[in-house]
Design a protein around this ligand. Structure first.
Ligand SMILES: [Zn+2]
Ligand SMILES: [Zn+2]
Length: 351
């Protein structure tokens, strides 16, 4: 086996993704070598390829919703063997010593977790390259077991879109009878509906689009509120325990906060940036309401989520594409023209 492998990379912010050859490290004692079968297409991939966050190191090989089969393992690996179906999400390493790491919250590592792509390996100082490639080499600690019964290709987006929705619902203890609203119906939102329903909540979708009612019900919503309908929104004042806000751009939070019950929490999972327009503190103070944020999930919680999905028979709704279709898929992603996640069949890379 050669260490030179094929992938797809962006060479510059204005360049399409194109075939790219690079090397993976020789496996270390704790490494798992994975033949990648499927890779989900996350909006972050597009942001990073186009340098929307100003921190991209080129060439960048995106992809952090990775499902594959183990080819080989290092001598100290105990949990995996050749042939196992496994997953890798947004992170491939962390310091392992800080308080969040010790609590299984590697995503909040105070010494910066190592991202699956566009990162720098903590040991050899080399760039990390993601899942738009044939193979990946990842430390065992960051590899997940894909349970039998989960459709591997539909499981890929669980590793970013899925966990981003699952983790806050668990953190805020969503359970039987709780009233949960999900704002926005995209990759994150469609999983938020499924998870909240499976946890026993009474689920509402809040959307700009009246046409989404039937879809929302299919995905687990009991109610649908149209955000442009002020009367509908006002009638829902004080209703929700948790609002999972998946909208990726700045938007007025005040009407949503007013819909929280006493002690309710609005969790931002889709947007990173200034909140605008300003939030009136009165809406927080008068109901002891909170605005919070949440980022992906820790390794242990990701495994819990995969097992939860297998137990409840839920997965992502995906549209399969070939590697060569990636640039067209990005254009469709910009128009939210996907239900609800693109997944690349990585065998098409070998053509
Ligand atoms: Zn992602
Ligand atoms: Zn740490």
């Amino acid at each position: 086996m050669t260490d030179v492998i094929n992938g797809y990379a962006a060479a510059a912010s204005d360049a399409d993704l194109a075939p790219f050859q690079f090397t993976r490290r020789h496996p270390r004692a704790d490494d798992v070598v994975i033949d990648i079968q499927y890779c989900g297409v996350c909006h972050s991939d597009l942001h990073q390829a186009r340098n929307d966050w100003g921190n991209t190191r080129y060439p960048v090989v995106p992809g952090h919703e990775i499902i594959g089969r183990v080819i080989s393992v290092g001598e100290s690996v105990t949990r995996f063997k050749a042939g196992d179906v496994v997953g890798v999400g947004c992170l491939v390493d962390s310091c392992g010593e800080c308080a969040p790491c010790c609590e299984g919250e590697e995503q909040y590592c105070v010494n910066q977790p190592t991202p699956t792509y566009n990162g720098i390996d903590r040991h050899d100082g080399l760039a990390t390259y993601g899942g738009y490639s044939e193979r990946i080499v990842v430390a065992e600690r960051f590899v997940l077991r894909v349970p039998d019964g989960l459709d591997a290709k539909a499981a890929a987006p669980l590793l970013c879109a899925g966990i981003t929705s699952y983790s806050p619902l668990r953190h805020w203890n969503v359970g039987q009878g709780d009233k949960v609203a999900v704002v926005g119906l995209g990759g994150l939102g469609h999983m938020g509906l499924k998870f909240a329903r499976a946890m026993g909540a009474e689920v509402t979708l809040i959307t700009r689009n009246r046409d989404k009612e039937q879809e929302a019900r299919r995905l687990g919503a009991e109610h649908v509120l149209v955000s442009s309908d002020a009367a509908q929104m006002a009638a829902a004042a004080g209703r929700f325990d948790v609002i999972l806000d998946t909208v990726p751009t700045a938007h007025d939070l005040n009407p949503y906060l007013a819909m929280l019950h006493l002690n309710g929490t609005l969790v931002l999972v889709g947007m990173i940036g200034p909140i605008a327009p300003p939030v009136h503190s009165g809406v927080l103070v008068t109901g002891r309401r909170s605005i919070a944020g949440s980022a992906i999930g820790g390794v242990e919680e990701m495994q819990e989520m995969l097992d939860f999905c297998a137990a409840h028979g839920i997965c992502c709704d995906v549209e399969m594409i070939e590697m060569q279709d990636i640039n067209g898929a990005y254009e469709r992603l910009l128009k939210s023209d996907v239900r609800y996640r693109f997944v690349i069949d990585m065998t098409t890379l070998k053509r």
